[in-house]
Design a protein around this ligand. Structure first.
Ligand code: 5GP
Length: 211
């Protein structure tokens, strides 16, 4: 058995409701650990350093890049966002399923480096609903909302890179769906390499002398 956790990437259009989903998933199940990203974006009202993000400036972020401190990083709507390496490695080794809530450029970097990672894409039921949620959130200016919708349009071109799409229409249903997909993923051969190796060796032993 492979006791390492699964590296889970969750992407979705800004406004897809990922934040709420993640909160609910972590409250409901104890096998998950959520990675906290570093960003150069300014905190929104109510956001705390070290909780939603590690807020930093461009110079420090670039310093961290040069020290190879990120699993992945990307520039999104004029700001840097990156996943610090240490926490993710530590949690995976402890058997936790680690969630990276990141955008698509980062997701593709993770898949490249860790082919056994699981890529999930969360989307609202329609573009109209996405716009309604972004406006309803009331935290962003009209200009930023347009930028995020235009970014969503670009991101929609990359959805095929993901393993599964999850439509976030109802929070509870969506949480259960995410959890089931993760559990199903544990059985994929790519994540059971130890098991496969063992059973192959045993079968070889048993079959000795059969020919
Ligand atoms: P927001 O500014 O709304 O918090 O995040 C903007 C986008 O950046 C979201 O799509 C979010 O998933 C993504 N993001 C957050 N952290 C990271 C990260 O560490 N790496 C990458 N590549 N994207 C991130």
């Amino acid at each position: 058995m492979n006791n390492k956790g699964i590296l889970i990437v969750i992407s979705g259009f800004s406004g897809a409701g990922k934040g709420t989903l993640m909160k609910k998933l972590l409250q409901t199940y104890d096998n998950y650990a959520l990675s906290i990203s570093m960003t150069t974006r300014k905190p929104r009202e109510g956001e705390r350093d070290g909780v939603e993000y590690f807020f930093t400036d461009k110079a420090q972020f670039e310093q961290h890049i040069s020290e190879d401190g990120f699993i992945e990083y990307a520039s999104y709507c004029d700001n840097y966002y990156g996943t610090p390496k240490a926490y993710v490695e530590e949690q995976l080794n402890a058997g936790k399923d680690v969630i990276l809530e990141i955008e698509i450029q980062g997701a593709l970097q993770v898949k490249e480096k860790f082919p056994e990672s699981l890529l999930l894409f969360v989307t609202p039921p329609s573009a109209k609903e996405l716009e309604r949620r972004l406006v309803g959130r009331g935290t962003e200016s009209e200009e930023v909302i347009r930028k995020r919708l235009s970014r969503a349009s670009e991101e929609s071109e990359g959805i095929e890179a993901y393993d599964y799409i999850v439509v976030n229409d109802n929070l509870e249903v969506c949480v259960e769906e995410l959890h089931s997909l993760v559990n199903a993923a544990r059985r994929a051969p790519i994540r059971r390499d130890e098991f496969i190796k063992e059973i192959r060796e045993e079968l070889k032993e048993f079959s000795k002398g059969a020919n």
